[in-house]
Write a protein that binds this ligand. Structure first.
Ligand code: ZN
Ligand code: ZN
Length: 380
């Protein structure tokens, strides 16, 4: 398990516990000759209907990792359910925190294992719970253009932005078919990750109750979202309900898994999405296998610390990657900021463009970021 980000993180800094960046190098242990598959490996692969023939089993026993070439540490050596090749959990990029419970596919086979979400308006409307018959959105004819309030707001925001560094609403792609493709790409990533779409923080029995999410408990205080910025967020939420999504496309990359890229130019300070998922106490999640746990509330009492867990429910935010903090180029890649705000007394995590983003650029944010040094983030 990768350690949590240090508790010295400043109040407004969203910390992440993503194995893909926080992962430490694999511990060095003397390689042992691998003779047999571990019981857990055999059990994981056992199929009641068509159990592997003895020949296949013999092959498993000789499995080597396709990355480091070693066959040791078999309890961490995964075997691909399509091609049978092996890969250590710690040799994968991103590193897998634990042996997955279900089937596992190696980076070469993942693309063939992905079930593309159907590019059908009715399916997408259902999946994202888009308001049927709403003015605009997926069901609106393309030629009618974007809703008037979005246009009006956008013009005003751009003017204000120069003076006050306000958040801008995202600008949905005008082409209705292209928007469907964007939403289908997100639906593909969500369904492949066995996640349900949720654009809100969710509170589930036996996890943290909504009453635990109190921004006033944040150690050092949490910045309050201004009235104008709140209106921008509300505007974006209502656009989403009409199927006017941010111009983002989820793509699969064999090194990074699902990642998000801009499908249009996105201006600096554009609000992209809220980070959503189930809200839980961190103490319940210390040994969790989820690789994308996000800090939501960091109060003095560590027992009250809240995290967002997008393992069952969530949105596109889950697929935006972190920069590599250990390479000189990492910082240059960053184009998104992740900021926690007090909205009506509750904490929320927002993802916002931190510079102009060109069409086709992948989105990255830094979760071990500069906020450590600057408790109040720079654009408010
Ligand atoms: Zn390996
Ligand atoms: Zn494979």
């Amino acid at each position: 398990m990768a350690p949590l980000a240090p508790s010295t993180a400043a109040a407004s800094s969203p910390e992440l516990r993503r194995k893909r960046t926080a992962a430490a190098p694999p511990p060095r242990s003397p390689p042992e000759a691998r003779r047999f598959c571990s019981i857990s490996d055999v059990l994981r692969r056992a199929r009641p209907v068509d159990a592997p023939p003895p020949l296949a089993r013999a092959r498993h026993q000789m499995a080597l990792c396709g990355a480091c070439g070693a066959g040791d540490r078999d309890e961490e050596l995964l075997l691909c359910d399509i091609c049978d090749r092996g890969r250590h959990t710690f040799c994968l990029r991103p590193i897998l925190p634990a042996v997955p419970l279900g089937p596992w596919f190696c980076p070469d086979c993942v693309p063939t294992s992905i079930n593309r979400f159907p590019l059908k308006q009715s399916k997408i409307v259902d999946f994202f719970r888009i308001e049927k018959g709403a003015e605009g959105g997926a069901v609106r004819p393309a030629k009618s253009g974007l809703s008037q309030d979005a246009k009006r707001r956008r013009r005003r925001s751009i003017v204000m932005h120069k003076k006050k560094r306000r958040l801008l609403p995202f600008v949905p792609t005008e082409d209705r078919v292209r928007r469907l493709e964007q939403m289908a790409s997100a639906a593909t990533a969500l369904t492949s990750s066995k996640m349900e779409f949720s654009n809100e923080l969710t509170y589930v029995p036996n996890m943290a109750p909504i009453s635990a999410n109190q921004a006033k408990l944040e150690e050092g205080g949490m910045q309050v979202l201004s009235r104008e910025d709140k209106e921008t967020i509300e505007l974006c939420r209502s656009m989403l309900k009409r199927g006017e999504c941010p111009p983002l496309l989820v793509v699969f990359d064999s090194h990074e898994g699902f990642t998000v890229k801009a499908d249009a130019c996105i201006k600096d300070l554009t609000f992209l999405t809220e980070y959503t998922g189930d809200v839980d106490y961190l103490k319940n999640r210390e040994n969790d296998g989820c690789d994308s746990i996000m800090t939501l509330l960091s109060p003095v009492d560590p027992a009250q610390k809240l995290v967002i867990c997008p393992d069952k429910r969530g949105n596109i935010a889950r697929f935006i990657n972190g920069i590599n903090n250990h390479t000189p180029d990492g910082k240059k890649k960053q184009n998104v900021k992740c900021v926690r705000y007090d909205i009506d007394g509750e904490c929320h995590v927002l993802l916002v463009a931190c510079r102009d983003i060109a069409r086709g650029e992948k989105l990255y944010y830094d979760y071990n970021g500069h906020e450590y040094a600057y408790p109040t983030h720079h654009f408010v």
